[in-house]
Design a protein around this ligand. Structure first.
Ligand SMILES: C[S@@+](CC[C@H](N)C(=O)[O-])C[C@H]1O[C@@H](n2cnc3c(N)ncnc32)[C@H](O)[C@@H]1O
Length: 214
């Protein structure tokens, strides 16, 4: 088995096999066709500028990594995920657009980059895949690889504010409101100086922006 087909060890719930093959189609159906709009919103809210270095943690098939590279520029963006099957799809999508993105098989709890390499870290729809201790370790890693003045945008589902959220919570894909509060506390414990929840038009999606003091 080559490195490319081997999954990175993690206690996070990774997506593999047929689920990875159909992930983009399932996302499209589950979001009623709105996932491209949400991904654009994530890039806008992260405030990514041309030339900034961006890391997408839990990048999956590159749903946010590819649009991030379109803004930050080819060669400025990296994505990590422990699932080789998701990464394979992500690489295909980047190649189709002629974008050079540094996709690596790795997990949030052991980010394979030196300290202070990135201006922005994206983390979308993956925290609900992690046990709390892995999440805590992951936030410390994100803080480590961010430059001073850098920012994290963490986006995920919450069950506490809408019917769709409650359904997602029932399916195990959403954080309860106390879980969301605990994520904010963990970010502060990891060293982030400001942790701010941005307004969301979709009751079942939260956007957390956390800054590393400059
Ligand atoms: C629901 S997908 C989200 C992917 C992408 N960000 C998106 O929005 O389409 C969650 C991803 O988290 C990945 N994952 C699971 N455990 C992880 C870990 N410990 N570190 C990083 N990613 C992990 C899974 O393999 C999967 O690709």
């Amino acid at each position: 088995m080559t490195e490319e087909t081997q999954a990175t060890q993690t206690r996070g719930r990774m997506i593999r096999g047929w689920m990875a093959r159909f992930y983009d189609a399932m996302s499209w159906v589950c979001s009623l066709g709105g996932e491209a709009k949400t991904n654009r919103e994530i890039i806008e809210r992260a405030g990514i500028k041309s030339g900034e270095r961006v890391l997408d943690v839990g990048c999956g098939t590159g749903a946010q990594t590819v649009p991030a590279a379109e803004v930050a520029g080819s060669g400025n963006v990296a994505g990590i995920d422990p699932s080789p099957d998701m990464l394979e799809r992500a690489r295909q999508k980047a190649a189709k657009k002629g974008l050079d993105i540094d996709f690596r098989s790795a997990a949030i709890e052991k980010v394979p980059f030196d300290d202070q390499q990135f201006n922005v870290v994206l983390n979308s729809f993956m925290l609900h895949h992690l046990p709390d201790d892995v999440m805590r370790a992951g936030f410390a890693e994100i803080h480590r690889v961010l430059q001073h003045g850098g920012r994290l945008l963490a986006v995920d589902f919450t069950s506490g504010r809408s019917l769709i959220g409650r359904v997602m919570g029932f399916l195990g894909h959403a954080h309860k409101l106390d879980g969301l509060n605990s994520i904010k506390s963990m970010l502060a414990e990891a060293g982030f100086s400001t942790v701010e929840e941005l307004p969301s038009k979709q009751g079942h999606v939260f956007f957390l922006r956390a800054e590393k003091r400059g």
